[in-house]
Design a protein around this ligand. Structure first.
Ligand SMILES: Cc1cc2nc3c(=O)[nH]c(=O)nc-3n(C[C@H](O)[C@H](O)[C@H](O)COP(=O)(O)OP(=O)(O)OC[C@H]3O[C@@H](n4cnc5c(N)ncnc54)[C@H](O)[C@@H]3O)c2cc1C
Length: 479
């Protein structure tokens, strides 16, 4: 942006929200280094940061967001919404410069309705703080991403996220009942808030997963649950991954709904789970947790799940492993378990129906392995953690211990691995990504996923809502 435009926009926004909530230039870039993706980390390491906002504004109300968006739209300035910056695909980076909207001051709980068991919460609310506040009232959001300490409710919606209890309680699209959104022209839309309706297409879901490309989510009505009275754990060692997958399939297709069903392949069990739960494991391992409001029902559902696992060759291990996993469930994502430079890392979570799930695992993990020359080394650990009535997801996490020192060579190696994994998923009839979104990392692969007609449809929606392409230009391959 030209210096005069920066001054003029910052001046106009300061009048709306106060100068304390606006910063520009180097101050803005220092304060907002970008998201948690490897792409962001490696670019910053080489002195080429991806997050390049000219102005950052932190509005505190929906009206302020609307006023700021209208001002930026009049000046034709690109806008990037920012939640907790915990994304792992580079989506929240203002890589085209312009205005970044820090939404974390929009953090009020507007209404808790214990009759309908819903809550209207502002988009910048931190997920972990929200959950703790609800827990104090015996309630729960039940959306438990491993990034809960950083992520916002709005960011979870925008990235179409998933939490560790999704198998029973659903992914974010199931938690979200309706939205308040500031559109790219500064207009505010408050979408219908009823259990279902027949008045045209469901517009709320259009914004779930839109990654900031269609406007700013300012408030979300979400489903609430009571905190469960009972949690029952069990753990099984399977003779192979196929037997574990089949047990999971039978559990899901017979109507049982464990809150947690995590099946670790041998590498994930022995190199990751084992360290976190501090127990010796030597092969494919499943951690199960059943919870609910009725102790007797929990016992019956847990027993039925156990019987299915045993019928598929599962050997029961100590339930304490499951309890320790629950207590340390986020430890995997924090030091010393979290990857850091000079490593190259990424999670290529992918999803398919049950018919293709084994092929998805085989093709994606083979693609990743074959794309890396032996001299670079590779750790690849995969688990299945989000199960659905008719399919499941795989969570392969790769780490290259030390990539090339040259930025372009490191990016080329990284892209080669990503491309191989995406191609593997497509060959198997699956989709990458399950819950981490698209961002800068997967944008080049969207057309392979949706085809020309699918991209035309997506671009048509974008053109209708944001004709000047001001919101997150270039993201989701939407021009
Ligand atoms: C260690 C670690 C573990 C993780 N575990 C999980 C996990 O278990 N499950 C999971 O789903 N994800 C996980 N993630 C990824 C990440 O935390 C999620 O994608 C999260 O939903 C992002 O929320 P955020 O508030 O940080 O969004 P940001 O990273 O700030 O933004 C993400 C995207 O949403 C857009 N956006 C943000 N807020 C709004 C808004 N109010 N309106 C419109 N657009 C908006 C941004 O422009 C960007 O495109 C993990 C990340 C890390 C680093």
């Amino acid at each position: 942006m030209a210096a005069s435009d920066v001054q003029s926009l910052a001046g106009e926004i300061s009048k709306l929200i106060g100068a304390d909530h606006v910063c520009t230039g180097e101050t803005a870039r220092q304060r907002y280094p970008g998201d948690q993706s490897w792409l962001t980390a490696i670019h910053a390491h080489h002195g080429k940061p991806l997050n390049q906002p000219d102005v950052v504004a932190a509005p505190g109300t929906t009206a302020e967001v609307a006023g700021i968006v209208a001002a930026a739209a009049r000046m034709r300035i690109p806008i990037t919404p920012l939640g907790g910056a915990s994304g792992v695909q580079g989506a929240a980076n203002a890589n085209c410069g312009g205005l970044q909207l820090d939404l974390t001051r929009l953090d009020r709980v507007r209404e808790i309705d214990t009759t309908s068991m819903t809550c209207t919460v502002e988009a910048g609310k931190n997920v972990s703080v929200f959950e703790k506040e609800l827990n104090e009232r015996g309630l729960s959001f039940t959306h438990y991403p491993a990034s809960a300490e950083w992520a916002t409710v709005g960011g979870s919606v925008a990235a179409r996220g998933s939490g560790v209890l999704s198998t029973r309680y659903g992914n974010i699209q199931d938690h979200v009942l309706s939205l308040e959104v500031v559109l790219p022209d500064g207009g505010v839309v408050d979408l219908p808030s009823v259990p279902r309706h027949g008045v045209g297409p469901e517009m709320t879901q259009l914004f779930v997963g839109s990654e900031g490309t269609l406007g700013v989510v300012t408030a979300v009505r979400v489903k609430l649950r009571k905190l469960p009275v009972s949690r029952r754990f069990s753990v099984f060692r399977f003779p192979g991954l196929a037997e574990g997958i089949e047990a999971g399939r039978v559990i899901m297709t017979s109507g049982l709904r464990p809150a947690v069903m995590r099946l670790y392949d041998t590498a994930a069990a022995t190199k990751s789970l084992e360290r976190a739960v501090q127990a010796g494991l030597d092969g494919e391992t499943m951690v199960l947790m059943v919870d609910g409001d009725h102790e007797r029902l929990v016992e019956i559902e847990g027993t039925l799940c156990d019987e299915i696992c045993i019928a598929h060759g599962g050997r029961p291990l100590s339930a304490d492993i499951g309890r320790t996993w629950w207590e340390r469930r986020y430890a995997f994502y924090h030091p010393p378990h979290a990857p850091e430079l000079p490593q190259i890392w990424c999670t290529m979570d992918a999803v398919s129906d049950f018919t293709r799930i084994q092929a998805l695992y085989d093709e994606v993990t083979r693609g990743i392995r074959e794309s890396i020359e032996p001299r670079w080394g590779l750790t690849l650990k995969t688990h299945l953690s989000h199960w659905f009535e008719w399919g499941a997801m795989i969570y392969p996490r790769f780490i290259v211990p030390r990539g090339p020192d040259d930025l372009d060579e490191a990016l080329a190696l990284h892209d080669r691995i990503i491309t191989a994994a995406v191609e593997g998923a497509l060959r198997a009839g699956g989709v990458i990504n399950d819950h981490h979104g698209v961002g800068m990392r997967l944008a080049p692969h969207l057309e392979a996923q949706f085809g020309a007609a699918g991209m035309k449809l997506m671009r048509g929606i974008k053109n209708g809502i944001d004709p000047d392409h001001l919101f997150c230009p270039g993201k989701l391959s939407m021009g």
